[in-house]
Design a protein around this ligand. Sequence first.
Ligand SMILES: Nc1ncnc2c1ncn2[C@@H]1O[C@H](COP(=O)(O)OP(=O)(O)O)[C@@H](O)[C@H]1O
Ligand SMILES: [Mg+2]
Length: 343
Amino acid sequence: MKKKVAILFGGQSTEHEVSRVSASSVLRNIDSSKYDVYPIGITKDGKWFEYTGSIENIENGDWEKDEFYKNPNGQEILFNREVDVVFPVLHGLYGEDGTVQGLCKLLGLPCVGPGVMSSAVCMDKVYTKYVLENFEIKQAEYVVVNAFEYSKEKEKLIEKIEKELNYDVFIKPSNSGSSVGISKAHNRKELEQGLENALKYDRKILVEKAINAREVEVAVLGNDEPMAAIPGEIIPANEFYDYEAKYSNAESKLLIPANLSEEKLEFIKNEAIKIYKILDCAGLSRVDFLIDKDTKEVYLNEINTIPGFTKISMYPKMWQASGKGYSELISELIEFAIERNNI
Ligand SMILES: Nc1ncnc2c1ncn2[C@@H]1O[C@H](COP(=O)(O)OP(=O)(O)O)[C@@H](O)[C@H]1O
Ligand SMILES: [Mg+2]
């Protein structure tokens, strides 16, 4: 019998649009001989609908206006356990951060990707640092800025950042994705602007020393015996890999394999698997590194537990280059979710 899979798309985060594109790609390529799909759209204000209209409408956002194919029973499908497994093709907060994972856990439904704790820690850049620094994983030096402290002692915090990190620095909302709210500061004025902008997205901000780096990403897949695909490299079109460079600038390049020695590729794959296990990831994650162009030192940048998932996104492309096609990858992720749920 075919398994019933809920495909969640949209969501309440700043990455709503990106999610729709990822989910459309999943819907077009999922193996329909094995799975019956239940596409469920989540609006930016958090309403859930089953959507049985066209995939194009999901991709371009018109599904929300399509009253005929939009049914207000999105959550009931989960609550009534009408499906066997949930694939949250959602990026960012309220999707990749442990919340949807928690809902599935309460309902006893297998969910693709890491569980509650792992998703939450990986979503939060500050907590990722706190955990990994206990395991000798190299990460960029940093200072944490909290909204309340910033409002009370701005000068002191700015001085601390300048003293400990010096310029340039990256300013990131702790819970961010797709580079939203992230900026690079080359001086005090940009640092202040960057902090104030980042504080619109989160009350906890990570300020990091900028590394003159190459960006290398590793796709990891599996539960107890995770495997890593051939690492890939990003060559951003802008000064750093910002939102525009990620989604609109065709000049950004993806290189698979990353232009590194066999030895270095192997090292980075092992490092990615080690991090995946420490953070108790399951199903999938993309582990992103920064490699210092001068010292060649490898730094962890971040872990994405539901990475961009269109057919031409880095995660599926790295598996493609390693011999695993897109549809096969989707099937494996669903089966890993079911396997993990049994324990
Ligand atoms: N410490 C750093 N040094 C150099 N570049 C960085 C650093 N941190 C982030 N970047 C750049 O900013 C981009 C976005 O930061 P990242 O932490 O990956 O956030 P997001 O979760 O939004 O993808 C990275 O892809 C990279 O181009
Ligand atoms: Mg990133």
